[in-house]
Design a protein around this ligand. Sequence first.
Ligand SMILES: [Zn+2]
Length: 121
Amino acid sequence: MSVKYSNKINKVRTFALSLVFVGFGVMYIGLFFRETAWLMGLFMILGMLSVGLSTVVYFWIGMLSTKTVQVICPNCEKPTKLLGRVDACMHCKEPLTLDKNLEGKEFDERYNSKKYREPSQ
Ligand SMILES: [Zn+2]
């Protein structure tokens, strides 16, 4: 398989973490505009919004985590959390499924989608 799949919870965590860095970066850029108060203020507000949004995303992933199923990965034997019908192991990225019908089939994130269609290619 050429495409790398990653665990959804890890993906969202990475996104939230990057929002924090973007937020601080934007606030830092704001410091270069110290002479222009409104421009500096604008960057500060944008930065704070980004950091605030990451808090929301962290909160959301916390809520999502309660809906996940914890399983022991058959490949690396570590506990991992699954979200949706198919997800990848947090540690070794082994594709895992909760649906017996999908066992043995090629991993496809489209199985999570309700409007799943046959692959076109
Ligand atoms: Zn694993």
